[in-house]
Design a protein around this ligand. Sequence first.
Ligand SMILES: [Zn+2]
Length: 165
Amino acid sequence: MGKLCLFYSEEDTVYVCKCCGTHLTTYKEIVSKTFHGKTGEAYLFDKVYNVGTGISEDKQLSTGLHRVRDIYCKVCVTVVGWTYDIAFVPSEKYKEGKAVIELFYIKKVKFSELHEEMLKKHSLSQEDEASHSTQANSIMAHLPANSARSSIQALPQLSMLHHRY
Ligand SMILES: [Zn+2]
């Protein structure tokens, strides 16, 4: 059995598989944002990573005949788009070797923003630590009592706590 080798981009803005978080491509690789797939909006990327490809088939698309293959996430095997092997119409040749991914299947992650958010959350959770733990303790004290009323009251507090992290 082969070992699964994954590529992790160090660029700031990457597109990851919505299902499993695997890096599939980056913002820099976008060639065109005007493509459409079964689920709606899709982008054409110059390079994609961590994908496998299906069997090639000739398809008559709105822009002419193309030889295409499905591409799927190597980790969770979700089909996320397709790649062009051959474009038979000369004006469409620029697509050869490139891949289309439907936005429905990917999530944009900007690491600089993510980092800032984490820092903000971290300082917030330190300020609130004391009130959090007493709140959590009182909820814990209520739960074993097995009263329907107290667990209903505790639920919104629990979800609030959850959101802050
Ligand atoms: Zn995946």
